[in-house]
Design a binder for this molecule. Sequence first.
Ligand SMILES: Cc1cc2nc3c(=O)[nH]c(=O)nc-3n(C[C@H](O)[C@H](O)[C@H](O)COP(=O)(O)OP(=O)(O)OC[C@H]3O[C@@H](n4cnc5c(N)ncnc54)[C@H](O)[C@@H]3O)c2cc1C
Length: 344
Amino acid sequence: MTPDITIVGQGICGSLLSWALIQLGVSVRVYDTGSHLSATAAASGIINPITGKRYVKSWMVDDLIPVAERTYAAIGQTLATQVYTPLPIYKLLASVREQNDWSARTTDTAYRQYLSDTTLHRLSPEWMIDDFGAFAIQGGGIVHTPSFLARYRDYLREKGILCEEPLTQGQALTHKGRIIFCDGYRSAREGLFTTLPWQIVKGEYLLIRMKEFYDDRIVGGDTTISPAGQPGLWYAGATYQWHYETVAPTAQYRDEVIESLHKMLRLPFEVVHHGAGIRPSTRYRRPFIGFHPQHPHIGIFNGMGTKGMSLAPYWSERFAEHIVSGAPLSDEVDVARQLLVNPA
Ligand SMILES: Cc1cc2nc3c(=O)[nH]c(=O)nc-3n(C[C@H](O)[C@H](O)[C@H](O)COP(=O)(O)OP(=O)(O)OC[C@H]3O[C@@H](n4cnc5c(N)ncnc54)[C@H](O)[C@@H]3O)c2cc1C
């Protein structure tokens, strides 16, 4: 039987879109090769409401986080595993100026739910270099990406709706029924959507082993350190590479992460893994969602950039509602508008 919707890719986008459609009673089939080049598999999984050097709220974060928390809790219940853990994020400050910028931000009522803790924290001086202190961000947390991907894959397999083989955009042209590409950076390289304003960014990260470090928080400084699913195991990174010659990890960026770690940590650490992934980012930092104007049975759900964990839950719900009941898609994300400006 032809499913109502075929989804290509089981990263965070394909997983959450299939989930949202299943909740609305749509029959789906998901194609995924299980490639090691999934961005989701390389991600630390952090949801951080306040980002950048100026400590600003991420786009739409007040809407995104409640949907993300609800969605990951519901999926976790179905999979009998914890998909998301709320965690405080401690940001190390590097100067008096940064202290002042943060302090000014805490007085802004629009930031109260994320910066309600106005204490300038000193993290352990034996472990960390925190001469200017650190501040805490609430409302964020971590998606346990490796276990989530594996458990959700099992769930699709048990339902008999997973095809562990590739499906290309060339094949999609003659495919029966609607098909949505959630294939990460591949859509920027081949097929109907290459003319969209992509900005592909490679990231490299390390898994490190450290004794005695906090297991209840994310710490951001020259790089970011977050719990990696086992006591003593930490994710460190990731880098941002706009130009790269290989999708594989490189010694240059391994050294860059190690150097950043030495600027933050006094504790010794051992590198146990070095990995890389390709972020499907977009020039205007908005996702690409919707159906192709000339091939209306072919769609895309992509372009989540550096924030797939917070964007995908909210936008998969909106896209599923659009598919099922024709609810309009926001102009900011609608790919049909983008393709008019950037035709093939
Ligand atoms: C190093 C790194 C760290 C990151 N850290 C974070 C973070 O902390 N927080 C955050 O929110 N975001 C983070 N991101 C970004 C986040 O990972 C992405 O936004 C998100 O994972 C993109 O998901 P996706 O489903 O679009 O693509 P992917 O995860 O790449 O999934 C695409 C899937 O499609 C499959 N596929 C491709 N082509 C085909 C085909 N023809 N047929 C069948 N299957 C196919 C692939 O095998 C893959 O499984 C990070 C990214 C990287 C690289």
